[in-house]
Design a binder for this molecule. Structure first.
Ligand code: PMV
Length: 311
């Protein structure tokens, strides 16, 4: 018998990635076209919790062998947080969020499970509670995540995020469209973050100065969106991309895709997330969206998603 369902969207970072790890602000928005859905059904007495990730062909239990698996971790943490003994439940999770590409697939799956478990127990978790629970599983994926992914996905709204501060929703007075394109190169967030850490250790002043410029861009983007002027974002996204390149987290394939998007009429384009692969975002209008998506596919993107932000 179906007891409950939980859902969570994907996400993209508009600007500020990497600098956000060092205490600067970043802006992230949910992407509703892709989502993770978890369902909870009752199981036979004594079955315990069985988790099936259909897309991955994985079945996980709460037995010690699976203890470190992210699906088991979010389940154990959520049950403990709710003060529930282990129930006899079958949890199934499906996700259309592409894996390992900066769209927050791991966080979306964990958030969907946490929400479904709470709903099955007749309880409600606040976005902050979901975010904190998901953060614990993000650490398994990323090492030292800033917390931006779990935050935007748990709150399911645009967030202005600064590490160790309460997330602030930010106003998008006029919606705008992005083409999200997957380079097809798995994005090793942990590697890019680690390499940048080494660069920072070698020359903190140089890197901090670049982060200061990123912060200015993030504030300018936030102001333009609050003022209903998303058309001004193009050069800001381009400037952020240039700094990400200087920080060493872009790569030739992303640079080529960014150039292709701009040549096809995007007002600006940048990588989104960890970089070195994964996704990029291109700012488009109704007039340019189809051309930009086609040019990105032509230039080698394995998937494009056109999304409207701020509706
Ligand atoms: O690769 P993603 O989308 O999970 O984003 C990583 C964002 C970074 O700023 C590079 C790392 C972090 O923990 O914030």
């Amino acid at each position: 018998m179906l007891l409950a369902t939980g859902r969570a969207p994907g996400k993209i970072i508009l600007c500020g990635e990497h600098a956000v790890v060092y205490g600067r602000p970043a802006l992230a928005v949910p992407v509703e076209q892709v989502q993770a859905v978890a369902t909870v059904e009752s199981a036979e007495p004594g079955a315990g919790v069985l988790l099936a990730a259909d897309d991955l062909g994985e079945v996980v239990s709460l037995a010690p062998d699976d203890a470190g698996h992210p699906l088991a971790v979010i389940t154990r943490l959520t049950l403990a947080h709710l003060g529930l003994p282990v129930p006899d439940w079958r949890v199934r999770v499906r996700s259309t969020v592409p894996i390992a590409s900066g769209l927050g697939s791991g966080a979306a799956v964990s958030a969907a499970i946490a929400k479904a478990l709470a709903a099955a127990a007749g309880r409600d978790l606040s976005p902050a509670e979901v975010s904190d629970l998901v953060y614990e599983t993000e650490k398994i994926h990323h090492g030292t995540p800033s917390g931006i992914d779990n935050t935007v996905i748990a709150y399911d709204r645009p967030v202005y995020f600064r590490r160790d501060q309460l997330p602030a929703p930010f106003a998008i007075r006029r919606p705008f469209s992005l083409v999200i394109a997957d380079s097809g190169i798995p994005s090793p967030t942990r590697v890019a973050v680690g390499d940048l850490r080494r660069a920072w250790q070698e020359d903190p002043e140089r890197i901090e100065a670049l982060f200061d410029r990123v912060e200015q861009i993030v504030e300018a983007v936030r102001a333009a969106l609050a003022a209903g002027r998303p058309g001004e974002l193009g050069p800001m996204l381009d400037a952020n991309q240039e700094i990400l390149g200087t920080l060493g987290v872009s790569c030739p394939e992303l640079d080529r895709l960014v150039a292709a998007a701009r040549a096809a009429g995007a007002a600006g384009a940048k990588l989104s997330g960890g970089g070195r692969g994964g996704n990029l975002i291109a700012l488009v209008t109704d007039e340019t969206a189809a051309d930009v998506a086609a040019a990105l596919a032509e230039a080698g993107a394995v998937r494009t998603i056109t999304t409207t932000v701020g509706t």
